[in-house]
Design a protein around this ligand. Structure first.
Ligand code: FES
Length: 108
């Protein structure tokens, strides 16, 4: 199981925006939306743009290259909800935003 890694200080990601961090060799986009932090895969599955640089509207990040939209809460592609990109656990410990990229083992 992966460990939570500190990516930034609370307050360093403006409301309604995102930023990209390297977590355990993966690029992760972390967003601060409606008072909560969310983390999804940074790479757009279309042609690889950085989603952390995208604008967020109504809970979805808009890819800066061609406009594909992904829900920041769980990585769902808004135009085809059967397809998702990875989403990761986020927590706040003190004044640190922490992300864990490896999901815990599925419950049996
Ligand atoms: S690279 Fe993201 S929509 Fe094209």
């Amino acid at each position: 199981m992966g460990e939570f890694r500190t990516v930034a200080k609370v307050g360093s990601i403006p409301a309604g925006q995102g930023a990209t961090f390297v977590v355990d060799d993966r690029l992760v986009a972390v967003f601060y939306v409606d008072g909560a932090y969310h983390a999804i895969d940074d790479l757009c599955p279309h042609m690889g743009a950085s989603l952390g640089a995208g604008q967020v509207y109504e809970g979805a990040v808009v890819c800066p290259w061609h406009g594909w939209r992904f829900r920041v809460t769980d990585g769902t592609w808004c135009d085809n909800p059967r397809i998702k990109i990875a989403a990761f656990e986020v927590r706040v410990e003190g004044d640190e935003i922490q992300v864990r990229v490896n999901p815990p083992a599925a419950a049996t």
